[in-house]
Design a protein around this ligand. Structure first.
Ligand code: PLP
Length: 405
């Protein structure tokens, strides 16, 4: 029998967040070990539930949710998204410019498949949320990673970004607020990014799924609100801001200079029709979420649960010798750096596997986010303060033995 192989298009697709180390963790759990999971930004298992009014609304509407909706999304959901765009000062968005999807994940893949021909290039951040890189690869494109600079609060290195552009470059992706670094880009940086896109006629894809998970009173600016002469595709959804990962409700908004992009926009419509529609119960949650009480603000306020957990994780992590970290201004993650002299790591997947085996703590290696060197890892600060304290203590003990090796 000939072996049945996966498509060659999957050759460069990696998604280490749910990769082999996670499988080992599952095995350990089956053997009866308790694993402290600091690996996935899934809020509900840590007691962060979707707002009650949203859950009730979905339950109430379930009876009406048996049919397909419009391929681009339900009218009420898209109206609410349109209104949200107005609040974020994204100009000129009509109902037709909004496509609702089964989470942002589906839309990331759809937007790349609808755009790229083989060999087309897309600029992506390093580190990145790896689905973006995977989506470019599976669509036949070539991911080109521009470095983000840890010395400058993890802002994009704009010179590096410019140096990667050639005649095959079609688009750039920015993730703001950023996963995994927790960076939040100021308007000045966003304007410089727009200038690069303008000069080279690139589409800007902006993943803004954490735009309400902001600490210390920070504010978020949508890059699409800053210009109308560049094409923007802005992605957002309910997963993080409304703790509703399982509802699979996300959207993309097309704005800016749409005149030259009618063919691509048409392609996005075709992609939306091909999958008929996004799940309808999830769509019912959108209007109530966007229009209701914004309980995320309680969680990220000065004494909010997420703020307290971020502070605790950051303080404990940075008190470990040879570990430094930019304090996240947003999102749910720390992306600490390990001093290469104290921790001469060659393979960071092996490193986090050793951490898992020795201390039963699960994190994700930095290279899983397309970071080029094996000297970072990502920690999710969703567990409660007792579990976080326990996990940070275990990481500290593991690193102590690693130093002494
Ligand atoms: N974009 C970023 C930056 C994320 O961190 C995530 C999930 O962690 C997603 C997109 C996927 O979101 P969704 O649940 O809407 O598919």
């Amino acid at each position: 029998m000939k072996p049945i192989l996966k498509s060659a298009k999957l050759a460069n697709v990696c998604y280490d967040i749910r990769g082999p180390v996670m499988q080992r963790a599952r095995q350990l759990e089956e053997e009866g070990h308790r694993i402290l999971k600091l690996n996935i930004g899934n809020l509900a298992p840590f007691g962060f539930e979707a707002p009650d009014e949203v859950r009730q609304d979905v339950i109430k509407n379930l009876g009406e949710a048996s049919g397909y909706s419009d391929s681009k999304g339900m009218f009420a959901a898209r109206k609410a998204i349109m209104h949200y765009c107005q609040q974020k000062q994204i100009q000129g968005v009509t109902l037709d410019d909004i496509i609702v999807g089964n989470g942002v994940s589906e839309l990331i893949v759809m937007s790349m498949q609808g755009l790229l021909n083989n060999g087309d290039e897309v600029l992506l951040p390093a580190p990145d949320y790896p689905l973006w890189t995977a989506a470019v690869s599976i669509s036949g494109g070539r991911p080109r990673h521009y470095l983000c600079d840890e010395q400058s609060d993890w802002y994009p290195d704009l010179d590096h970004m410019r140096s990667l552009i050639n005649e095959k470059t079609k688009a750039m992706v920015i993730i703001n607020p950023n996963n995994p670094t927790g960076a939040l880009y100021p308007e000045s940086v966003l304007r410089e990014i727009i200038q690069i896109a303008r000069e080279h006629q690139l589409i800007i894809f902006a993943d803004e799924i954490y735009d309400k998970v902001l600490y210390d009173g920070a504010e978020h600016t949508s890059i699409a609100s800053l210009a109308d002469d560049v094409l923007f595709i802005t992605m957002n959804g309910l997963s993080k801001n409304y703790r509703a990962c399982g509802y699979r409700a996300g959207w993309m908004v097309i704005s800016g200079d749409k005149r030259h992009a009618t063919d691509y926009i048409d392609g996005l419509g075709i992609m939306a029709s091909m999958r008929l529609c996004a799940n309808v119960p999830g769509q019912f949650a959108i209007q109530t979420s966007l229009g209701g009480y914004q309980s995320i603000n309680d969680l990220v306020g000065p004494n909010g649960r997420l703020t307290r957990q971020r502070n605790l994780a950051y303080d404990m992590m940075t008190s470990i010798p040879g570990v430094s970290c930019v304090k996240p201004k947003a999102a749910l993650y720390l992306f600490p750096k390990l001093d290469a002299k104290l921790y001469p790591i060659e393979n960071d997947q092996k490193f986090i596997l050793e951490l898992l085996e020795a201390q039963k703590v699960l994190v994700v290696q930095g290279t899983g986010f397309n970071w080029p060197t094996p000297d970072h890892f990502r920690v999710v600060f969703l567990p409660n303060t007792d579990d976080l304290t326990d996990a940070m203590g275990r990481i500290a003990r593991f690193l102590e033995t690693y130093r002494k090796k």
